[in-house]
Design a protein around this ligand. Structure first.
Ligand code: PYL
Length: 277
């Protein structure tokens, strides 16, 4: 998992409305709408639940420590999707205690390895990597006008790619897995398709060939140049949770609204909906 930097996230709150408009243009849904699609719920039924929920984001000093603006950015995304969210005055245990004492319905906190959301009433726990995988599978489904029966290339078989692949299979997709660590791709195939026939889950050994054969791509790698310009066409749809983004500025311009990428927004929105189901 790539550790975000203040530069990655400091502009997110001020650009949320513009990002929401770009999601509408590319998927037909808003940030909340995509999150609801990822969780199989209707936005209308979620709006009241989100508005009634109070959430506290607790900064965590463990490990490499606090990322400036991280907690404030998570709270801004939660507020944008309708949740009453705030950052605790203190980090770590004191912040967690304050959340409980002030009657928060849920908390969110992230160390160097896990970004978790916890509903303090229902004990529901949601992990950001799982939420992000579901979010981007949902975004690709919407960009593609439905992915059932269609071929998707999943690049990156870590926690985000794994969860995205599960969701794409659940929605009827036929996936080809690629990871530069071949054992990781093989292990994920075994986990995903112990009983499924090979037509639903395949392995790609050569990325360039796989890219030449797929118009639907879910890019979940930490590589900054995973999809070269010569493999991008205006007909492709790319859902890219990978940080940093695996496409050049030229590649992004070629895709136009056929690309969804952000550093935190979609994953946090799915975490919020998941905690209020
Ligand atoms: C959750 C993000 C998504 C991509 N990379 C993940 C990351 O940067 N994790 C580290 C988060 C550390 C937060 C720090 C704080 O400010 O509370 N402990």
């Amino acid at each position: 998992m790539t550790r975000l930097t203040q530069e990655d996230i400091c502009h997110i709150p001020s650009r949320l409305e513009a990002y929401n408009q770009s999601l509408l243009a590319g998927t037909g849904r808003s940030l909340l709408g995509i999150a609801c699609h990822a969780c199989d719920v209707q936005p209308q039924s979620m709006e009241q639940r989100l508005a009634a929920a109070s959430m506290v984001v607790v900064p965590v000093t463990a490990g490499l420590g606090i990322i400036t603006d991280f907690s404030q950015t998570v709270a801004a995304i939660l507020n944008f999707v309708g949740v009453a969210a705030r950052v605790s005055d203190k980090p770590d245990a004191a912040g967690l205690a304050q959340a409980y004492e002030t009657g928060a319905d849920a908390i969110m906190m992230a160390d160097d390895h896990t970004f978790a959301g916890i509903n303090l009433n229902t004990r529901v726990v949601v992990d950001n990597a799982a939420a992000t995988g579901r979010a981007y599978a949902a975004a690709l489904d919407l960009m593609a006008g439905g992915i059932s029966g269609k071929d998707i290339l999943v690049m990156g078989c870590g926690p985000v790619g794994d969860n995205a692949a599960q969701r794409l299979l659940f929605m009827g997709g036929r996936i080809t897995l690629f990871d530069c660590r071949i054992p990781a791709a093989q292990a994920l195939k075994e986990r995903l398709a112990p009983g499924l026939d090979d037509s639903r889950v395949r392995l790609a050994t050569d990325l360039d060939t796989a890219l030449s054969r797929h118009l639907l791509v879910l890019e979940a790698t930490p590589s900054g140049n995973s999809i070269p310009d010569n493999r991008i066409s205006g007909r492709m749809k790319v859902a890219a949770p990978g940080v940093p983004l695996g496409l050049s500025d030229t590649g992004c311009q070629t895709l136009k609204h056929g690309l969804v990428h952000d550093k935190l927004e979609l994953g946090v929105a799915v975490m919020a909906v998941s905690l209020c189901l």
